[in-house]
Design a protein around this ligand. Structure first.
Ligand SMILES: *[C@@H]1O[C@H](CO)[C@@H](O)[C@H](O)[C@H]1NC(C)=O
Length: 169
């Protein structure tokens, strides 16, 4: 048993050494971005992987999983052989837990706040404070739109209303 184990590790070591040897003997220049050296050839990163250099070593890494609409994610960058997929939280949501290329958890904007674009932002924006501006809310806000302020004109509304009412009755 022990012998077999050590025999297989010797074989593994030899295989690894021969791989390193063959790479060295290729005398191949560096591959272009998106390509890695396989045998003696530069091959493109396969489907659903992208190219990146980790500790000086080019490799093809699995792309971030599909931006799930159920999780309120939208794709802002496709997965290609050169770049990873990126997902943002859709408008009306903020990212409660951000990761490098995506958001782990998108949460709806709390009452009184909005987010008009998809983002990885950790919070939503507060509605414009109409009262602080001495104005009134003309259009109500929602999770994707700010509220709209305006000035209410003091018109002779009551008179018009009265005439309308009399007209209707
Ligand atoms: C939010 O408000 C905007 C502007 O008032 C409107 O166009 C949009 O339909 C609203 N969205 C929802 C989900 O109610």
């Amino acid at each position: 048993m022990e012998n077999r184990c050590s025999f297989s590790s010797v074989v593994t070591l030899l295989v690894l050494l021969s791989l390193v040897g063959s790479q060295q003997s290729c005398n191949h220049p560096k591959c272009d971005p998106g390509f890695i050296l396989q045998g003696c050839k530069c091959v493109r990163c396969p489907w659903n992987t992208y190219w990146l250099v980790k500790q000086g070593h080019a490799q093809c890494e699995r792309c971030t999983t599909i931006c799930s609409a159920q999780r309120h994610l939208v794709e802002v960058n496709k997965c290609t052989y050169t770049v990873n997929r990126r997902c943002h939280c859709q408008a009306g949501f903020f990212c409660a837990s951000v990761a490098q290329f995506t958001c782990r958890r998108c949460k709806p904007c709390p009452q009184g706040t909005f987010s008009k674009d998809s983002s990885l932002s950790g919070s939503c924006q507060a509605y414009t404070d109409c009262t602080a501006l001495g104005k009134a809310v003309v259009t109500k806000g929602n999770r994707t739109h700010d509220q709209v302020c305006g000035t209410l004109k003091k018109m002779t509304l009551s008179k018009d209303k009265d005439s309308l009412l009399t007209m209707q009755s």
